[in-house]
Design a protein around this ligand. Structure first.
Ligand SMILES: Nc1nc2c(c(=O)[nH]1)N[C@H]1C(S)=C(S)[C@@H](COP(=O)(O)OP(=O)(O)OC[C@H]3O[C@@H](n4cnc5c(=O)[nH]c(N)nc54)[C@H](O)[C@@H]3O)O[C@H]1N2
Ligand SMILES: Nc1nc2c(c(=O)[nH]1)N[C@H]1C(S)=C(S)[C@@H](COP(=O)(O)OP(=O)(O)OC[C@H]3O[C@@H](n4cnc5c(=O)[nH]c(N)nc54)[C@H](O)[C@@H]3O)O[C@H]1N2
Ligand SMILES: [Mo]
Length: 585
């Protein structure tokens, strides 16, 4: 959080330095700034979060730390969960996680005795083979302790990006608009009426096709057209040599809509220059449901246009029409689109019907649901112990946490007729790739404070570029000594997919685990990817995903390590061209 949610972290530091500071428990194989500020830091082996959580839940139940009244009134599934975690005494969990049983007991004591408990999770949990299973155990912990809907208590299952919340709400990730349930025909009918199109035009014959599956279709040639907007998959998706070959294939017509000449744009058949946030108007919604209006500050340069304009222009040129022959969609600019969104969200959990651009100009920063009845928004959800889980209302009937198979509507109704919070247990499964003799390390990867993702912006900011000019590899003291590595040496880390060269930073990570930042692609190196000197972490990751969330498994791979030699100084990359020279438009 210190590197990735830095503003929030400053507020936590503030509390830690003030009177009556809270205790902090951090779970990360690395010795991060959060770990160093924590009351207790557990450094489990990568990919073992479910075992750890099951061990903690075992202790919470064993020591009578469950809020029985809350669990009885507000949840279903307790007996199944208790039966699952009964098999995870601290000794067994610790063995799987590479921890000491005492550490798990201590963590459970901390969590079980807190008067107020707030839990937050991000990619160390999600980008893993049991992403949803692990994240659900965190929800379970909060529910068992009755820690929802009151000040200082709750669960923040984080989103990474300022607009990640929006994409989930409006359905840009493949789900249906307004948290509607593709498996609920009346939800589909509502949308069809709202848009005045036939229900058959709204895909709902099965779960949404996720990106990793789309790429597989492109690979086999059944998907022939791909439009990529505001993402740079040629650096950010796993197993890059495969991704490059799919995107580069002559069978695939690739449109890339971006503000910069990215590695993905290099592979495109058509590039559409996009205006960026300061060059267009729209709303953002943060993970705590706060809606902001962001107004255009400057005109976009050259031919660049806002994404909304591009999509609307496309719809007009394709001559999309509703049932009465009217142009579809009906909206034509950000504000008319927002008005349509208000209607689409009305009555759903993310209800925006009480908001307007005029109101957001006065009080930007309103939390949904915001309705005519609650015109100032809603600070706290679930205060009444009620959830959005009624069978006729819920966003999804859920999935089996181990196989990912969708739960049938009848099954859901039987399990949860009254729409309570669902406690769902999950067995721990080992990661799909684990260290062996040839690849003795666990390789994880992630972020640094100085860069954002594929660095299209931060890599062009001189101060940030100077602060983190090149990729590096974190190695523990023990592992560095065994490999004959000194601080700053050039090392090669390899997996069956590829090899990356990086300078070594010693310390700050548990033995047996290596860490690479994933920000470094190729747009500013002057040489193509797929050669000696590769530096993108995703050269090393593999094609696989969590069966429930479909999140790719970025954080686990088995890797080998060897010293290449000392690095001759200076070793920074080529001096970047200025932004003006570089901008694609
Ligand atoms: N500066 C900066 N901030 C950002 C971003 C950025 O690129 N740069 N990106 C934004 C986005 S989109 C996102 S999603 C967030 C991501 O935010 P975070 O999730 O905080 O970032 P990561 O560095 O990907 O991963 C966090 C930690 O997970 C640990 N980890 C790896 N494997 C495991 C495991 O098996 N178990 C556990 N418990 N931990 C593990 C890693 O050691 C790492 O320290 O950051 C957002 N904020
Ligand atoms: N190995 C590894 N891989 C990872 C991760 C990891 O932890 N490890 N994390 C994953 C996660 S959580 C995330 S979120 C992804 C991020 O991966 P990406 O989304 O691929 O990364 P970004 O660099 O944020 O790409 C956003 C693109 O949008 C462009 N852009 C900016 N503003 C606009 C705009 O207004 N309109 C348009 N059309 N384009 C715009 C930027 O120039 C940039 O090229 O990476 C994932 N990949
Ligand atoms: Mo993210």
């Amino acid at each position: 959080m210190a590197e990735t949610q830095a503003v929030l972290w400053t507020r936590i530091l503030d509390r830690l330095a003030g009177p009556n500071p809270p205790s902090v428990l951090c779970v990360d194989p690395r010795d991060t700034p959060v770990a160093r500020a924590a009351t207790l830091h557990l450094a489990p082996l990568p990919g073992t979060n479910v075992a750890l959580m099951n061990g903690i839940l075992h202790e919470i139940i064993e020591h009578g730390r469950v809020d029985r009244a809350y669990v009885e009134r507000c949840t279903v599934g307790y007996d199944d969960l208790a039966a699952t975690v009964a098999d995870y005494p601290p000794e067994r969990a610790a063995e799987i996680c590479g921890l000491d049983p005492g550490e798990i007991r201590e963590a459970a004591r901390l969590l079980g005795s807190a008067d107020r408990l707030l839990c937050t999770v991000l990619q160390g949990f999600y980008q893993s083979h049991q992403a949803s299973a692990a994240a659900v155990q965190v929800n379970n912990l909060v529910l068992l302790r009755g820690m929802l809907g009151r000040p200082g208590a709750g669960v923040l299952q984080m989103n990474g990006q300022p607009t990640a919340q929006n994409t989930r709400e409006c359905g840009a990730d493949g789900d249906l608009t307004g948290f509607r349930n593709w498996a609920n025909d009346s939800h589909v009918a509502e949308l069809a009426a709202l848009w005045n199109v036939d229900a058959g035009k709204i895909p709902h014959y099965g779960p949404p096709t996720h990106l990793m599956q789309m790429l597989r279709y492109a690979e086999t040639g059944t998907l022939r057209f791909l439009w990529v907007s505001a993402t740079n998959p040629a650096v950010s998706l796993p197993e890059l040599h495969r991704i490059r070959s799919i995107l580069d294939s002559s069978r695939l017509f690739l449109v890339v809509q971006d503000a910069f000449p990215t590695e993905t744009a290099e592979l495109a058949d058509v590039v559409l220059p996009a205006a960026m946030w300061g060059e267009k108007t729209g709303t953002f919604t943060n993970v705590d449901r706060t809606v902001h209006l962001s107004e255009k500050a400057v005109e976009p340069p050259g031919q660049a246009r806002p994404d909304l304009d591009v999509f609307l222009d496309y719809a007009r040129r394709m001559d999309f029409r509703g049932n009465d022959g009217e142009p579809f969609p009906q909206w034509h600019d950000p504000e008319s689109a927002f008005e349509a969104w208000k209607r689409a969200s009305a009555g759903r959990p993310c209800d925006y019907s009480g908001l307007s651009y005029a109101k957001l100009r006065e009080v930007s920063g309103v939390q949904w649901p915001c309705t005519p009845d609650s015109p100032h928004g809603t600070e706290r959800l679930y205060a009444d112990g009620k959830f959005f889980a009624q069978p006729g209302y819920c966003e999804s009937y859920g999935r089996d946490l181990v196989t990912g198979a969708p739960v049938e509507p009848t099954e859901y109704r039987a399990l949860n007729p009254d729409g309570k919070a669902m406690l769902k247990g999950a067995e721990y499964l080992p990661p799909h790739e684990t260290p062996d003799e040839d690849h003795p390390f666990f390789l994880v990867n992630g972020r640094t404070i100085h860069h954002f993702h594929t660095r299209t912006k931060t890599g062009r900011t001189p101060e940030l570029r100077a602060a983190a000019p090149e990729v590096w590899l974190e190695v523990s003291e023990r592992d560095a000594a065994a490999a004959g590595l000194a601080e700053g040496d050039l090392a090669e880390v390899s997996t069956p997919r590829g090899a990356v060269r990086a300078r070594v930073r010693i310390g700050g990570i548990r033995d047996g685990v290596l860490f690479l930042p994933f920000h470094y692609g190729y747009w500013d190196t002057g040489h193509p990817a797929g050669k000696d000197g590769d530096r993108a972490a995703n050269e090393l990751t593999f094609t696989d995903w969590d069966p429930v969330s479909k999140q790719p498994l970025f954080k686990t791979a088995a890797a080998a390590l060897r010293r290449v030699g000392p690095v001759p100084a200076p070793a920074a990359g080529p001096v970047p061209a200025t932004v003006d020279e570089e901008v694609v438009r």
